[in-house]
Design a protein around this ligand. Structure first.
Ligand code: ADP
Length: 175
């Protein structure tokens, strides 16, 4: 069952003991504020050095690096869409972030993965819509994949946690 493999916690993604953490990066991959800054600070300078060799990432795509000083072995960097009102393909791009990150995870035999709430900080995506897309996309992906054991949504505040819990409940009651 996909439901048992999706968890929601309130906490700091840099502290998660999972195979991979996902970074809500920007197109340059050279670090930024929010969760991106926190991941780079916790991982140390090796992470930025490896990111420099990649040369950037398109919105909706994902790339993978080592985790350096993080408890997680891997960091999957994905670039969420900036919210421009919802008519600029934001929903599709946000779903792409979750799908492409999970695809990379499978390719690297990653069994446990933690996501932050992509795009809902500086990029301004409304949390109710973003959490629904996150849950639906991950649940759909897990239907077709048995290798991933846990997808953990790590919410940095209570409002985000509540939105993800609600999205999870709504999604699995609808089925
Ligand atoms: P974006 O630019 O994609 O919106 P942000 O980093 O600004 O990315 O915000 C994305 C989400 O990550 C927000 O919900 C923010 O509160 C959260 N966040 C910030 N720091 C952390 C952290 N250390 N662990 C988990 N989530 C975090």
């Amino acid at each position: 069952m996909e439901k048992n493999r999706i968890t929601v916690v309130e906490g700091d993604i840099t502290k998660q003991h999972v195979d991979a953490v996902v970074n809500a990066a920007n197109n340059t991959l050279l670090g930024g504020g929010g969760v991106d800054g926190a991941i780079h600070r916790a991982a140390g300078p090796g992470l930025l050095a490896e990111c420099r060799t990649i040369g950037g990432c398109r919105t909706g795509d994902a790339v993978i690096t080592r985790g350096y000083r993080l408890p997680a072995k891997w960091v999957i960097h994905t670039v969420g869409p900036v919210w421009h009102g919802g008519k600029s393909g934001e929903a599709g791009l946000l779903a792409d972030c979750y799908r492409n990150s999970l695809r990379l995870a499978i390719e690297h035999d990653i069994r446990t993965i933690a996501f932050p709430s992509i795009s809902t900080g500086a990029y301004g995506y409304p949390i109710d819509q973003a959490s629904r897309i996150a849950v639906e996309t991950v649940a759909e992906f897990l239907k077709h994949d048995q290798s991933i054991l846990e997808v953990r949504f790590v919410c940095f505040n209570e409002r985000t946690y509540d939105a993800f819990e609600r999205a999870l409940k709504e999604h699995f009651q609808e089925l």
